[in-house]
Each structure stands twice: as C-alpha cells, then as structure tokens.
Ligand binder design. Structure first.
Ligand SMILES: [Mg+2]
Length: 247
C-alpha cells in the first residue's frame, strides 16, 4: 500500500551550507516521527533563527544540555528522537520501514528534500520504499487557482478567534497551541492543507459534473436562451460559495 508522508524541516539558513535543526513527519493516517539534531552548525544561527526556530525545539525548552535521546509518545509525536545525524538516521530508517511504499509531500521543499536525502548520505541512499519524486502542496495550490503564498495556518485552521487568529483543535475538542516553525507542527499543517485541498477538489468536480450533465441534456435552442445563461451564472455562484469563500 502506498502511504503519503507529510514532512517539514527547520534549518540554519537559506544557503547551500545550511544544516538541519529538526525534521517532522506525519503519515496520512496520523503516525508521527520528530527528530531534533544536536549537531547543526551553531555559527550559522542568527537572531531570527534563534527566536523563531531554536526556541521552539524540545531540546531548547526542556533539556538544552542533552546530546542523545528517544522519547516515545510525548505530546509532540509518537517517536521523538534527538541526537546527531548518525544517531537519528538509523532510527528514522527503522520508522520509515513500517510503510510498504511512501510518497513524500512537503511545502516549498527545495531545501527540505535535499536535507532529507542528506540524512542518509545522498539521494541514492534513502530507503528503497520511498518514491524518488517528492511532491509539493505549492503546486497543488497553484493548480487549484489558489495563491501559492496563501497563509497556511489560515487555510488549514478549524476556526478563527474574534480577532482573526487561526484556531486548531484535536479530536477531543481541546485547543492546540500553534507552533509555526516547529517542524512537527508545520508537517501537521501541510497535511491539513493537503486534506482541505482534496475536499475542495471533490466539491468543485461534483459541481462541474452536475453542470456538465445538465448542459448535455439541453437542446442547442435551449442553450441560446437567457435561462441558460442564468443557470450558468448559478453554477458560478455555487463554485464561489463552496470554493472561493474558503480561501
Ligand atoms: Mg517549517
């Protein structure tokens, strides 16, 4: 069976010498793995990365002096590993081996994909059950005529607060605290975006299919009447209601 795996990374800068700080994975059925690297290049960390990335890592918050460790089923992930690349790579390989075949999905993934491959050495060394072509939700946004720069949290959230802040809840209805730029949180947002895009696509296809069935039943004379144009406008209204109002 083919499994979609949504992932995100945090790293020390947008350049070719960048190093991994963290990586988070969530499968389409909700299995999670989160790793934090203790061997990232600290000389590359600027104020922005320190504030927005490093301070949102588990190691920074709970145990800054730690070097290696594995935690199972904490509030962040099913498996949470921290250590250097040599420590994390075999544990990640082991976790990935539970899936028969894997399709990788991310967001603006130019750096993420290379850094993921680099955990194992090179693109030729990644686990054999991973399809070598990765996929990106940016392209899906664009193909759905949605601005690919749309705010991911606003697109994927469950509701908005009175002041417009995106809100997220778990299955028990408890509010989740947003953690943008934490790789595990961002991977979950990528999954939510993908799922919402799928729902919108189904809604759109349903409306267009109904419209096409209806058009096919009309005679050419009926198609030249004003009623026909009115009906087509109603189709556009339905698309607007179902689709455009949500983005
Ligand atoms: Mg991120």
């Amino acid at each position: 069976m083919n499994t979609k795996l949504f992932f995100d990374t945090e790293f020390t800068g947008l350049h070719s010498k960048t190093t991994l700080v963290s990586i988070g994975f969530i499968s389409e059925f909700g299995k999670t793995f989160y790793a934090e690297f203790t061997d990232y290049d600290k000389s590359q960390v600027d104020d922005w990365i320190q504030t927005n990335v490093i301070r949102k890592t588990w190691v920074y918050i709970y145990d800054p002096d730690t070097n290696f460790g594995i935690v199972e089923k904490n509030s962040w992930a099913d498996i949470h590993v921290f250590g250097d690349k040599d420590f994390i790579a075999p544990r990640l390989r082991d976790w990935l081996s539970q899936f028969e075949s894997i399709e990788m999905w991310s967001d603006c993934m130019a750096y993420d994909w290379v850094l993921f491959n680099d955990i194992f050495g090179s693109a030729f060394d990644i686990p054999k059950n991973i399809f070598y072509i990765p996929f990106d939700i940016c392209t899906v946004f664009k193909e759905m005529a949605i601005n690919p720069d749309i705010n991911r949290e606003s697109f994927a959230c469950d509701a908005f607060s009175e002041n417009g802040e995106p809100l997220f809840f778990n299955e028990q209805g408890e509010r989740l605290i947003a953690g943008k730029h934490n790789a595990m949180w961002d991977a979950k947002i990528i999954k939510r975006c993908y799922e919402k895009l799928c729902v919108l696509k189904v809604d759109l296809k349903t409306i267009l299919l109904e419209a096409s069935n209806w058009e096919n039943q009309m005679t050419s004379e009926e198609r030249s009447t004003l009623a026909y144009f009115d009906a087509r406008l109603k189709v556009i209204d339905r698309i607007h209601e179902k689709y455009m109002n949500q983005i």
